[in-house]
Design a protein around this ligand. Structure first.
Ligand SMILES: [Zn+2]
Length: 273
């Protein structure tokens, strides 16, 4: 096919003449398709950046679902309160409040009252608007600065404070109890826990040599800032799978005590009860 024929064919296939009805319909379709694609792309962007917002919305829309959840919460809380009231696991707002799969918050939908934003020159918040309790944030900022001085890399903050509503949403979407806390049992609800660097399993995390070197640094230094790697000894001891990315602020005294004695937060509670 020579060039002239090709041009003629193209002209025939699309001649932008607004007085031609077929051509007009095509223009409408192209315009509509363009807007549709733009709309879908912006929708994907918004969903990605506002998962918490979407989670809340989904909870509102899923009215029936919420009713069932509430019933579950009430039923489970009766059992948990019995456990919780007989032992002292700390007030909900205590820096050393203990929560796990069996021990919940006293107020299931507890919200810390001094949450602050986290982003800084040394921390990259991948969700842009995450928060922590002020004391945990101050400690994390110092830790991240010293980490930066060592590696010349920002700490990647994957997850920080997660509200009760957000935990409900995660729970519905993905997890069983060993991988994700039930909504009212998560350390993230304390506003004192962070997940650093992205990985979905321990194996995936530890197969990355860069992350391994970061983790080793954290193991040797995080306690100096008051942080503890809560889940490091498997389900039998910590009631969770190993999570090298999960760090909980406990204050320097307790974090140092756990480090010096090579015990986890769960062991500390089991031994002291
Ligand atoms: Zn975590």
């Amino acid at each position: 096919m020579n060039v002239e024929k090709r041009i003629n064919k193209r002209k025939k296939s699309f001649n932008p003449n607004l007085f031609n009805p077929i051509c007009r319909i095509r223009i409408y379709i192209y315009t509509f398709a363009t807007f549709l694609i733009l709309y879908l792309l912006s929708l994907i962007f918004v969903i990605h950046q506002n998962r918490y917002f979407m989670a809340t919305k989904i909870n509102h829309i899923g009215f029936v679902l919420k009713q069932i959840q509430n019933k579950e919460v009430v039923e489970e809380s009766k059992i948990i309160y019995n456990v919780g009231l007989n032992s002292d696991y700390g007030d909900d707002s205590s820096i050393t409040k203990f929560v796990n799969n069996k021990i919940s918050f006293y107020n299931l939908s507890y919200i810390p009252n001094n949450l602050v934003g986290i982003s800084s020159d040394y921390i990259e918040d991948i969700k842009w608007n995450q928060t922590l309790r002020n004391e945990a944030n101050l400690a994390l900022q110092q830790l991240a600065k010293d980490f930066f001085d060592t590696f010349w890399e920002k700490i990647i903050l994957v997850s920080a404070y997660r509200s009760y509503d957000y935990q409900v949403w995660i729970k519905i979407r993905w997890c069983n109890d060993m991988f994700c806390a039930k909504p009212w049992f998560s350390e993230h609800q304390t506003g004192l826990a962070v997940d650093l660097w992205e990985a979905s399993t321990k194996e995936q995390f530890l197969s990355n040599s860069k992350l391994v070197s970061y983790f080793k640094w954290m193991q040797e230094n995080a306690y100096k800032y008051g942080f503890h790697n809560t889940y490091q000894k498997w389900i039998e001891i910590d009631w969770y799978v190993v999570e090298p990315w999960h760090w909980r602020y406990l204050g320097i005294d307790l974090a140092k005590y756990l480090y010096d004695n090579n015990i986890t937060f769960a062991e500390y509670y089991k031994n002291s009860k």
